[in-house]
Design a protein around this ligand. Structure first.
Ligand SMILES: [Zn+2]
Length: 422
């Protein structure tokens, strides 16, 4: 089916969107050199009803507003955290809950957000460390990864609230990473600082680029260049070169889908900032390969959390479609839609959101599926313990209002078939 964009020309509607954007979001200090073809919208600029609206509300009020903040902060207050990736949850919640707050403007959720940011800040150590590990375990397994999510959550909250404390906490995290990793004497190799051939730690690229655009601090951009170079070192995952040459995601590093797509989202953010074309080309090759050979009908990818051989898409009890992969695939398409304005990315967003993402969400919003295959029983869970996906799913839903309707040079662009846009 060929999608065509509907360009609204209602001046009142457009001014509503524009006003909502400019009133709420802190502008970036450094604009990207690549202009977006479609502009991501602040969630609160539109309101949705019907099926999508019900699920957005369920996500905001029954999941994000109800989350146990003591549990989110536990691993930071009492190190070490109970699981190796315990530190990722608070940043993912801050990201999702900030977007959901902008959509709902729920006063209680805002109070909770403010309190969690303040309490998280109190857990930051003198040198900027904001993970859940003991000193002797620092920078192993998922420690840089947790700092990535700290920064994503804090920067999102800063942009929507103007709270400079959140920006400062994020900067101190980044400063510590810049001091710790690099090629100078005494610095560590970031590739060796986490799982999946370094794709987990180096996915900190995304918030590091965003922090550069928010501060104009060149050392953050230098750190991004260091990450991109590290990908192509002998022990690195060779993400870009593999995608430019073999054009297959299952040939990149160990083919771990969530971490690879996270890195590619960072690469696209870097492309937006610098205009470095091969990064876009590599991302487009990855997209085409996934859509042609590695995508389920419902719009998710991967089983057992990895990309596999051409058309190897088992169903049943095959650990199909990790929700983290679904959400990161959605983010990837949202990035490409902004950068190119091409309808093919909107098609994949709509497919994945309606068929897989909302299928993984329990209808009342209280719980999520980790893997959600195309048949059988949905294994919902409400606990954070052991489940990366339980803090990823709510991010995916909270992001939907940013791309379901956008604007471009000609006016409003309706990307989703849905009810209740106002
Ligand atoms: Zn997951």
């Amino acid at each position: 089916m060929k999608r065509f964009f509907f360009h609204a020309t209602f001046a009142g509607w457009l001014s509503l969107v524009t006003a909502s954007l400019s009133a709420q979001i802190v502008k970036e200090v450094v604009p990207g050199v690549v202009n977006d073809k479609q502009i991501a919208i602040a969630p609160g600029a539109n309101q949705f009803s019907g099926f999508l609206g019900t699920r957005l509300d369920a996500n905001a009020f029954n999941r994000l507003a109800k989350i146990d903040e003591e549990r989110l902060l536990e691993g930071f207050r009492h190190r070490p955290g109970r699981q190796a990736w315990d530190g990722e949850h608070v940043g993912k919640w801050l990201h999702a809950a900030t977007l959901a707050w902008d959509y709902t403007h729920d006063a209680e959720l805002r109070v909770k957000l403010d309190r969690v940011v303040a309490e998280l800040g109190k857990c930051q150590l003198e040198d900027g460390y904001l993970g859940t590990y003991l000193p002797e375990q620092r920078w192993t397994e998922w420690d840089v990864w947790a700092h990535k999510y700290d920064m994503i959550g804090l920067l999102t909250y800063y942009r929507f609230t103007g709270n400079t404390n959140a920006l400062n906490i994020s900067r101190r995290c980044a400063d510590l990473l810049c001091r710790t990793f690099g090629t100078n004497a005494g610095q560590r190799d970031i590739i060796k600082a986490g799982w999946h051939m370094g794709m987990a730690p180096t996915s900190v690229l995304e918030p590091m680029v965003l922090l550069y655009r928010q501060t104009r601090e060149t050392k953050y951009l230098d750190f991004c260049r260091y990450i991109l170079a590290s990908w192509e070192t002998p022990s690195g995952p060779k993400i870009i070169s593999t995608l430019l040459n073999s054009k297959r995601v299952d040939k990149v590093a160990n083919a771990k889908a969530y971490e690879m797509l996270s890195c590619l989202n960072g690469a696209l953010e870097y492309y937006r900032t610098t205009g470095k074309k091969p990064l876009l080309e590599a991302a487009l090759n990855a997209w085409q390969d996934i859509v042609d050979k590695r995508l389920y009908l419902t719009g998710t990818a991967s089983h057992h959390e990895h990309f596999h051989d051409d058309y190897e898409l088992p169903n049943g009890n095959a650990d199909v479609g990790e929700t983290c992969v679904t959400v990161t695939w959605i983010q990837f398409n949202a990035q490409l839609l902004r950068l190119t304005g091409e309808a093919r990315f909107a098609e994949e967003l709509e497919r994945a959101v309606y068929n897989q993402l909302l299928g993984a969400q329990k209808p009342d919003g209280t719980a999520w599926g980790y893997y959600v295959q195309l048949e059988g029983k949905k294994p919902y869970s409400a606990e954070l313990s052991g489940h990366c996906c339980l803090s990823s799913g709510p991010r995916g839903v909270a992001l939907v209002p940013t791309f379901a309707v956008t604007t471009d040079d000609e006016g409003a662009v309706i990307n989703f078939y849905t009810e209740g846009i106002s």
